[in-house]
Design a protein around this ligand. Structure first.
Ligand SMILES: Nc1ncnc2c1ncn2[C@@H]1O[C@H](COP(=O)(O)OP(=O)(O)O)[C@@H](O)[C@H]1O
Ligand SMILES: [Mg+2]
Length: 292
């Protein structure tokens, strides 16, 4: 089932200490909230991916994402982080295994479901993917287009959309830049615009692929802090790929480490130290030294 050396057991619903009225008393049924907290919003099981006739890129990967948690995906370049994220929006060729995201089975999507999935998944990228000559506000508003049909697209945005976009800019701390061209902002500010645009979609899940790789350390911390607060406050799981270990240790609830397309580590962050993650980045030479 799993390649992980540290299976993540702490996500199992905690055993409730039910007062024992009699020996035959049933344990209390979990509340709706408890059940929701323990249902993954995305679930990848034994996933294998290869592109065309190429080598296996993901090899038996398991990953569950729960409401409210920020999960850091670690791994060297080429270890399969982006491919794993793409599998959650139907952009990766699945050889075997299963991928469920926001309630849909990505291998057996009904007509129209793929669009629905992509509308429910907010995405944040390393290079921000903003339209530089458009205003910050318009960039955020484009997040609403995922839900809009072609008529809405032609008709422009509603005043409710504009109000919401401004509120989101307020939330990410750059409402004062709403009218500025996106390209005039700093990298950190542009990433905040991209996060507001993702929130405009009312996402059920957020995927952030190397969102701080182009930012200086101070900006990197503040952007990750923002993503973590969104996970906690809105209950939206955030999967974030990172290549700086201390950032992952500081800003995640759980760490999943990939190496050559396999899960090497999967554990709550507070149970991990930097040494536990060294193998993810060990060079192939070091690995063969150990094997020898
Ligand atoms: N569209 C594609 N076609 C062929 N090979 C790909 C494609 N995308 C990724 N790969 C290959 O899959 C492997 C994993 O890539 P990727 O998922 O981008 O890893 P990471 O994000 O960890 O750098 C790499 O060897 C890469 O060259
Ligand atoms: Mg990548």
């Amino acid at each position: 089932m799993t390649n992980s050396i540290m299976p993540d057991e702490t996500r199992q619903p905690a055993a409730t200490s039910t007062p024992t009225r009699s020996a035959a008393a049933e344990p209390a049924a979990p509340t709706t909230e408890e059940m929701l907290l323990h249902l993954p919003l995305a679930s990848v099981k034994d996933l294998t991916v290869s592109y065309g006739n190429g080598p296996v890129v993901l090899d038996g990967v398991d990953l569950d994402l729960y409401p409210g948690e920020m999960v850091a995906l670690l791994g060297s370049s080429g270890s399969g982080k982006s491919t794993l994220m793409k599998s959650l929006t139907g952009f990766a060729p699945i050889d075997s295994g299963s991928v469920r995201a926001v309630g849909c089975d990505m291998r057996n999507l009904r007509r129209g479901q793929l669009r629905e999935v992509r509308a429910s998944v907010g995405q944040v990228f390393q290079n921000f993917n903003l339209v530089g000559r458009l205003s910050v506000l318009t960039n955020v508003l484009t997040g609403a287009l995922h839900q809009a049909g072609p008529i809405n697209l032609l008709g422009g945005f509603t005043s409710a959309d504009r109000k919401r976009a401004l509120e989101l800019l307020e939330r990410v701390g750059i409402a004062h830049k709403a009218k500025d061209e996106a390209r005039s902002l700093s990298g950190g500010q542009q990433q905040r615009v991209a996060i507001a645009r993702a929130l405009m979609q009312r996402p059920k899940l957020i995927l952030a692929d190397e969102p701080v790789a182009s930012l200086d350390p101070k900006m990197a911390h503040s952007v990750l802090e923002l993503l973590h607060s969104i996970a906690r406050e809105d209950g939206i799981p955030v999967l974030v790929s990172l290549h700086v270990l201390p950032l992952a240790l500081q800003h995640s609830d759980r760490i999943v480490g990939l190496r050559h397309g396999r899960v090497l580590v999967s554990a709550p962050t507070d149970q991990l130290a930097a040494e536990d993650l060294a193998d993810i980045y060990a060079s192939d030479e070091e690995e063969s030294d150990v094997d020898a």
